[in-house]
Structure formats: C-alpha cells, structure tokens
Ligand binder design. Structure first.
Ligand code: DP6
Length: 332
C-alpha cells in the first residue's frame, strides 16, 4: 500500500476560564467547563505519514526524533486513531511550532489538535469538528479547544461523547489581544498532567468547581456583549482560584515568581487608575497572559516591556480552527 499522508495546522489557545482537574484521567473528562480563544499568530504544523514499510512509529518534534515521555504520549494517541480507522500500520510524525517552548504557551494543545486532524485525514477519515475535538481531548485536554476557531467553550460532559469544544463567537467578534509576558524560559517542574491529578488534594478545589458553571456563564456573557469590565472580573477571579488550588494541593504547586506578582499588580493598577482595558490570566507557569482590547494593546505592551524582570512580550489575536494544509503542486 502506498504512503498515506496529511499535514495539519493548529494554534494553541489561552483559557479565560480554566481547566484544572479531571473526573476521569484516562479520558481527560474535566471536572468543569472552560472557555478559551485560539492564538492566531502561533501554530504547530504536523505531518503524519502512515508508512507500511515502518514496523514502529517515529516521532520528530522541531527536527529532533523524540523518545521516552513525548514519544509514548504521541504513540498512545496514534493508538486511538488506529482503533478508530481499524488500521494497523505505523506512522512517521513530524511536528514543528513557530513559538518557543517554555514561554507559557501550552504546545500540547496545538500539537494534539494538529496530530488528530493530520493522522485521521491521512487515513481517509473525515471526522466532524466535534468528533475531532473529542479525539484531541484524549491527547491533551486543552487540545479539544484548539480544534474549533474563535471563542470556544469546552463542555465538561459526563461521558466521553459529551465532552467536546465548540465555537460560540467567531475570531473577529472581538479583537482582543493576548500579550504573553515572558519572565522565565525555564521548563516547569510539574506539568499540567500531574497537576490535574493533584487538584483533588486541595481543600479549595470543591469550592472552585462549585462556582465554575457560574463563572463560565459570566465569561460567555461578557464575551458575547464585549463587556471588558465583566470579562476582567471573571477572568482574574478564575485564574486566582486555580492558582489557589495549585498552592494548596498536596504537595503544593507554586508557579509564580516575584516578577509574576509585579505584573499582576501593574495590570490591576493600569486598569483602575488609567482606565486601560487589560486583565491577567496565568497558566501552569510564571509567565502572565495579559488580555487587552485592541485599543489598549500598544500602550499596555510598552508599559509591560518596561517592567523589571520582563524578558519578552509576544502578541497574539483570536484565531481560526485547526485545518488541513492542501498539498501545493509546485513544491512536489
Ligand atoms: C493551566 O490541557 O495542558 O493551561 O490534559 O494533561 O495535557 P493535559 O493538560 P493541559 O492543561 C491545561 C491547564 C491550564 C489551564 C487551561 O488551559 O485551561
């Protein structure tokens, strides 16, 4: 049988309402729903070649063949695809991202969204967006949100087929900007997967989960009505709650550094005293995502760059869905 290949492109996303903790770790069924938007300027491109001459899978990330943890995680995902397509062959996977690792942007979201699309398309499966989101979720929870475009809601669901993400507003609905403020490029000690498993050990997780649907609704309303004050309130609260859970887990997870707090305080001050439309949200690391309106973005970016401890600021805007790259005849 000839080689069967496809290439897909997907963007990472930033969560406005966070995913932290699973009710089922193997299926990555989250304990609460979340909301995000894709980051248009950033992407992961993945080519999957199902090659009958291979007797084992090979995985290359940014040009390097990977082994151990990353390899096993990709192979586990290919197993799901083999099962769906009733296919037994091995694949060569080549993936590269246009954003550096360790800058506070989860590459697993774009990576597993692109992998899911490329691997299934290469075998001739054409999954619906919902099916693809469900499949991507098995590789990385947040990858379910990188499948649809624009402003996205991931429903927690009680069962495998009910836990998927979908668009509730297109990318151009609201021209928000995510200024990713880099204060450290060090690799985090505890990754998200181990973090999700610890969430249940925090006495605060039950309270966080109890209010999650209310925050989800408030965030969705704020996005739909372009209410920045409402958005800032719920986005910061939700991020603070997640970090409170992290800090009170057993063992505790402290992701912040002194510069993280300096940035949080500055953003709050600029919003309150200077009426700049900016708020913060922080993932499992010390870098801060400063969400602002297009009107405030230049001023806020200039001020962020002047703060002590800031190494870089990346800029991203709401982006589209994961997509297949059509083969370009000239390059063949
Ligand atoms: C803090 O999706 O990276 O960024 O399912 O184990 O791959 P895995 O976890 P992941 O968790 C993301 C956690 C977060 C919050 C969020 O993006 O919602």
């Amino acid at each position: 049988m000839p080689e069967r290949s496809a290439t897909a492109l997907a963007s990472p996303n930033i969560a406005l309402i966070k995913y932290w903790g699973n009710r089922d770790h193997a299926l990555r069924l989250p304990v609460s729903p979340s909301i995000s938007f894709n980051l248009a300027e950033l992407s992961t491109q993945t080519t999957v070649v199902w090659d009958s001459s291979l007797d084992t899978d090979h995985v290359f990330i940014d040009g390097q063949e990977v082994t151990e943890d990353s390899y096993r995680r990709v192979v586990r995902h290919l197993e799901h695809v083999r099962e769906l397509a009733r296919h037994r062959g091995s694949a060569r996977v080549e993936s590269s991202s246009n954003f550096p690792a360790g800058v506070g942007i989860a590459s697993s979201a774009s990576a597993f969204a692109a992998l899911s699309l490329a691997a299934t398309a290469a075998l001739g499966l054409s999954l619906s967006e919902r099916e693809l989101s469900i499949l991507a979720r098995l590789g990385s929870g947040s990858a379910s949100r990188s499948v649809p475009g624009g402003f996205v809601a991931w429903y927690a669901g009680d069962r495998h087929e009910e836990s998927y993400a979908e668009t509730f507003a297109p990318p151009d609905h609201w021209l928000l900007v995510d200024l990713v403020v880099v204060v450290s490029r060090a690799h985090k000690k505890t990754g998200s997967t181990s973090g999700h498993a610890l969430a249940v050990t925090s006495p605060l997780q039950a309270a966080r989960v109890a209010g999650a649907q209310e925050r989800f609704d408030a965030c969705q309303r704020a996005v739909l009505t372009r209410d920045f004050a409402g958005l800032a309130r719920v986005v910061e609260l939700d991020s603070n709650l997640m970090h409170s859970v992290m800090m009170t887990s057993d063992p505790p997870l402290f992701y912040w550094q002194p510069a993280t707090l300096t940035i949080i305080e500055a953003i709050r001050r600029w919003r309150e005293e200077d009426a700049l439309e900016a708020c913060y949200t922080i993932d499992a690391g010390p870098n801060v995502h400063c969400i602002c309106t297009a009107e405030s973005a230049d001023t806020v970016e200039g001020r962020l760059r002047a703060l002590p401890g800031v190494l870089d600021v990346l800029r991203a805007t709401p982006g589209g869905p994961a997509r297949l790259m059509t083969p370009c005849p000239q390059t063949r």
